[in-house]
Design a protein. Structure first.
Length: 482
């Protein structure tokens, strides 16, 4: 009997010890809360990036507050970052339960004044010498922002109005600035290595055509730039500049998985032949990505109750980018790029059609750029061809069943040339011409009736521009006329 009681006691003590260890393990997972303010006015900073521990991250809410949980160990380093502000790291001792940090103050980041930008004046210029407001999103800032699409980066820049309501499930994104309407993209010019991405038909931009992994930096010029870029630049200009490999070879691959059975993969590779000689050689860059998701129901509860045909909004996409170039000595470079993108997105309703309401984009673009310097004359000339085949299936059942398809083909091509020549030590004359051709051939075909609505047209644009930069009073005064 004593033996049995002793065995029972040992088992009880073991279970109690295991329980204490389990409780200790649970409570050793701490939470950290805090508040982020901008200096010098101590204004709450929304959507600042917060990271701590291993693969733990969040963003601040509208009042600047944040909370990260499931942190283990005795201490952690909390990293706070936001475009335009210096990154701050705070070491915190973790306590059981919640650890409250003192206010985290972010100071504006000093501009790198010798950084060269090209978008503001269509010539190479240091930020300090650019007579307009320019925001530069640097490679370091791009690497610190966890985003799915390149347009998401822009919402972290000051003065940008960004709209992609359903994230990766949205059929389009709109980026505006300077207080202009956020309904159409056509008032802000978007460039990819100097090539316009806005379509002549409506000015829309397929942001998904650009893989975020291929981007080196982004130049944002605020204010009207129509004098040198045309009508699309009324609100400003965004120039997305892709990487130019300097190393002999690199290969990067990644996979991801998330909620709603979202999965994806990326492959990035590139290199430069004769990498030891920066003035001569062939370079190349290849990026490809794939993503799919089962999605979720994006409609409100009232819409779901009123419509029995509501289904999840899902998505599937694939894209690829290839850039290759040849440096012909120190002063000449020729570069060619090819971009491809295909997607299918369900928009959340299905009656009879196999996939319900969907949108489908098949896009590709080709461009060739030549840059050269002959003594004091600088030349930049580009030709491009952008194509998009768009299909939309729409069906609904109310009193009667309606089913129609939208088929649209958009074509844009052009030739852009810029020349600049210094007139003495304090004056730079820039001139050039742009030719663009845009066309659309589309129709709405109603398959439950005999109605067909056609939409077709072409637009040719010819433009000449000239710009004069004059430095006065020892470069303390700069005049720009165009």
């Amino acid at each position: 009997m004593r033996t049995i009681m002793w065995q029972f006691t040992k088992i009880t003590l073991s279970l109690f010890s295991f329980y204490l260890i389990s409780i200790s393990g649970v409570y050793s997972q701490s939470c950290v809360t805090g508040k982020v303010l901008t200096m010098p006015v101590k204004k709450p900073l929304a959507e600042a990036n917060i990271s701590a521990g291993k693969n733990k991250g969040t963003i601040t809410d509208a009042t600047g507050n944040f909370r990260i949980c499931d942190l283990t160990g005795d201490s952690a380093i909390v990293t706070v970052s936001y475009i335009g502000y210096e990154t701050k790291r705070v070491k915190v001792k973790l306590l059981s339960g919640n650890t409250l940090l003192p206010e985290i103050l972010l100071y504006p980041e000093l501009l790198i004044m010798d950084e060269v930008v090209v978008t503001a004046t269509r010539t190479d210029n240091q930020i300090l010498n650019t007579p307009v407001r320019v925001n530069l999103i640097s490679p370091r800032q791009l690497a610190s922002i966890p985003v799915q699409n390149i347009d998401e980066v822009l919402k972290y820049a000051p003065g940008i109005n960004y709209n992609r309501p359903f994230g990766i499930f949205s059929t389009k994104a709109i980026v505006m600035m300077r207080g202009l309407s956020g309904k159409e993209q056509g008032r802000v010019l978007v460039l990819l290595d100097g090539i316009p991405l806005n379509k002549s038909d409506g000015g829309s931009v397929d942001w998904n055509l650009v893989d975020v992994s291929a981007v080196q930096k982004i130049e944002i010029t605020k204010g009207a730039g129509s004098a040198v870029f045309g009508g699309n630049a009324m609100g400003g200009t965004i120039n997305i500049i892709t990487r130019k490999p300097e190393e002999q070879l690199f290969v990067k691959a990644s996979m991801e998985y998330g909620t709603f059975n979202t999965m994806g993969a990326r492959l990035n590779a590139g290199g430069k032949l004769n990498a030891g000689n920066p003035d001569k050689g062939i370079y190349w860059l290849f990026n490809t990505f794939y993503k799919q998701s089962d999605g979720y129901i994006s409609q409100s509860e009232a819409e779901v109750l009123a419509n029995p045909y509501v289904v999840k909004s899902d998505m599937k996409e694939v894209g690829a980018n290839l850039k290759t170039g040849y440096t012909i000595g120190k002063n000449q470079t020729i570069e060619a790029s090819f971009n491809f993108y295909n997607d299918r997105r369900g928009t959340g309703e299905k009656v009879f059609q196999p996939e319900g309401n969907t949108t489908d984009h098949d896009s590709y673009g080709i461009s060739v750029n030549y840059r050269a310097k002959f003594k004091s004359l600088n030349i930049s000339s580009s030709v491009f061809n952008l194509n998009e085949d768009y299909k939309k299936v729409n069906e609904y059942l109310k009193d009667d069943y309606t089913w129609y398809e939208v088929l649209s083909t958009r074509r844009d091509y052009g030739w852009l040339t810029t020349l600049s020549y210094p007139l003495g030590k304090s004056q730079l004359l820039t001139a050039g011409f742009d030719y663009k051709n845009g066309s659309v051939d589309a129709y709405d075909k109603y398959l439950t009736s005999t109605d067909i609505v056609y939409n077709a047209g072409k637009m040719n644009t010819y433009a000449l521009f000239a710009q004069d930069e004059i430095n006065l009073a020892g470069d303390r005064i700069r005049l720009l006329a165009g």
